[in-house]
Design a protein around this ligand. Structure first.
Ligand SMILES: Nc1ncnc2c1ncn2[C@@H]1O[C@H](COP(=O)(O)OP(=O)(O)OP(=O)(O)O)[C@@H](O)[C@H]1O
Ligand SMILES: [Mg+2]
Length: 538
């Protein structure tokens, strides 16, 4: 654009007028250094420019990528900023005339003269180019009341201010961009500081993250922000007011969409790059969302690692105890066999006093009991010989329940079966599998002193058969749940439980290449899930 502000042709004018123009220019440049948003800056600049001009109305047109920002001020000093669409290259006076309903008259001494369309005799207008260095030209549009009101002389002060105004516009842009960058970096830095506390309660963490957002936006006072991750929500800013414009970015954790992060203005603001938001704000929100996703991903992988470590320690401890138990069981098995055998032999003696025979009977019963415990210890230690064959788990469930039917009746427990059909066979030792179902069912029955449903589900999935036993019994606290697979761990009375039931179940399931998991809540009940690999054909 070749039109630039011409030097003042009225060289001989009074000194104070040029002083006045200089001061206006200075004031504009100073304004640009203040902590104003672009909109506030344009309003304030327009007021200052209108102050000395005595015009009926003054507009400042500033080109942005695809729009004009137009600051308006009228004779009463009322000011506003609006945005209008702009096609690129569309920055000359004629284009503004078309948008502003003015009729171009032509160039006069570096100014563009126009008349309000349709009423050429009542008003006049003058367009002053403002040649900013780093962006397309801005324009001042001055309107007057009479046909000749706006003259070269009357806008002279504005012409002189055009140079400083151009500098001020560039500077304000630079200062504002810098300020936005500083806010952006500050909020990202605070976010990265939160990383050190990423293992705190998730709701507290999300609330702190949400708090970082409003100060990073152009109008913190009217900015609300929020985060949603799974079922957790946090909001910051004026939460009681519905936002009128919102920016959103998805929160992804390990490629999975898990929620979103949003920022909204609760009052309308003039349109900028992305609604009322800056392009940088859109990018900042995306960056924030990525960082939050990565932070939560690290948090979850730490949790997962801790969980796996516990599980591993647990499995390790059970394996160690298993080795010990196997040793003890082996050592006991032989002497027990001898005790049993010799006591049975001794009882066959004739002329044995009745008292001695009774005592031998007790020795035999105690030895049988001890051998049963040894057998269970061997099962736990995976030392029991197995007779593996294709087994129908549903049949095993039926058999086990028929053995327990009278016990169920007495305890007012009603079996509630949901057995998968068809169900692939598992390669297993049938009697050991039956032991699994019996031990789980007995625990369930014992946990429901008032009776209730004993739910057993079998189903196929992922090359395995799942056996799920659920009760609505007393449940157990976490400190009990983590010990249940240890041999001899029991919370029951001496004659009620040995604490070998679940240890045996664990031993049998792992010996069959399967897995077992237990969930329990005090007062709600317990679910035990056993998963056994299938033998590949139904
Ligand atoms: N379904 C359940 N509901 C509530 N607590 C349970 C349940 N199953 C197991 N428990 C808890 O786990 C402990 C260990 O169970 P486990 O079956 O190994 O031994 P036990 O039932 O005490 O004795 P045993 O099974 O040798 O007769 C129980 O004492 C009980 O505290
Ligand atoms: Mg038990």
């Amino acid at each position: 654009m070749e039109a630039v502000a011409q030097p003042n042709p009225n060289a001989g004018e009074p000194r104070e007028r040029s002083q006045q123009a200089l001061t206006l220019g200075e004031r504009l440049v100073r304004l640009a250094g203040l902590e104003f948003s672009q909109v506030d800056f344009l309003t304030a600049a327009c007021r200052k420019l209108a102050g000395g001009s005595g015009a009926a109305a003054l507009q400042l047109w500033v080109p942005e990528a695809d729009r004009w920002l137009r600051a308006d001020v009228d004779a009463s000093g009322a000011a506003s900023v609006t945005d209008l669409p702009r096609t690129s290259g569309d920055s000359d006076g004629a284009a503004i005339c078309a948008l502003a309903a003015l009729e171009p008259v032509g160039w006069d001494h570096g100014l563009f003269v126009a008349r309000p369309a349709g009423q050429p005799d009542q008003a006049s207008a003058m367009l002053v180019p403002v040649p900013a260095a780093r962006s397309p030209e801005a324009w001042l549009v001055v309107r007057g009341d009479g046909p000749d009101y706006v003259t070269r002389r009357s806008v002279d002060a504005l012409v002189r201010a055009a140079g400083p105004l151009a500098v001020a516009l560039d500077q304000q842009r630079a200062v504002a961009a810098l300020r936005e960058r500083v806010k952006e970096i500050t909020s990202l830095m605070r976010l990265s500081r939160l990383e050190a506390r990423a293992d705190e309660d998730l709701d507290v963490l999300l609330a702190e993250i949400a708090d970082l957002l409003p100060p990073a936006w152009q109008y913190p006072g009217i900015t609300a922000a929020g985060l949603v991750v799974d079922a957790h929500t946090a909001v910051a800013g004026p939460a009681d007011r519905e936002p009128v414009a919102v920016l959103r970015a998805p929160v992804e954790i390990g490629d999975r969409h898990r929620g979103e992060i949003w920022v909204g203005y609760v009052e309308p603001r003039v349109a900028l790059d992305d609604g009322p938001f800056l392009r940088e704000e859109r990018e900042l929100l995306d960056t924030f969302a990525r960082h939050v996703g990565a932070m939560l991903e690290r948090r979850e992988s730490r949790e997962e690692r801790a969980r796996l470590e516990t599980q591993l320690r647990h499995a390790d401890r059970l394996a160690t105890i298993g080795t010990l138990a196997a040793g003890v069981a082996h050592e006991l098995n032989e002497p027990l066999g001898a005790v049993l055998g010799f006591s049975q032999l001794a009882r066959r003696h004739e002329d044995l006093p009745q008292a001695a025979e009774d005592d031998l009977g007790k020795i035999e019963a105690a030895a049988l009991h001890a051998r049963e415990i040894v057998r269970q210890l061997m099962l736990f230690a995976r030392q029991a010989p197995t007779e593996v064959q294709p087994v129908d788990t549903n049949q095993v469930v039926h058999d086990a329940l028929s053995m327990l039917s009278s016990r169920c009746r007495r305890a007012r427990v009603t079996p509630d079966l949901e057995l998968g059909d068809p169900l692939p066979k598992v390669r297993a030792d049938r009697s050991q599998l039956q032991q699994v179902v019996i031990n789980l069912a007995v625990n369930a029955i014992q946990s429901m002193p008032e009776g209730g449903p004993l739910r057993i589900v079998t189903r196929a999935g992922g090359g395995a058969v799942e056996l799920i036993v659920t009760d609505t019994g007393v449940g157990m606290p976490p400190e009990v749940a983590e010990k249940v697979f240890l041999p001899f761990f029991t919370t029951k009375e001496v004659n009620e439980g040995t604490g070998l039931g679940l240890a045996v179940v664990h031993g049998i399931v792992t010996a069959h290449g399967g897995t077992i998991a237990l969930e329990s809540a005090v007062g709600a009940g317990t679910t035990v899930r056993v998963s056994l690999p299938t033998d590949g054909h139904a």
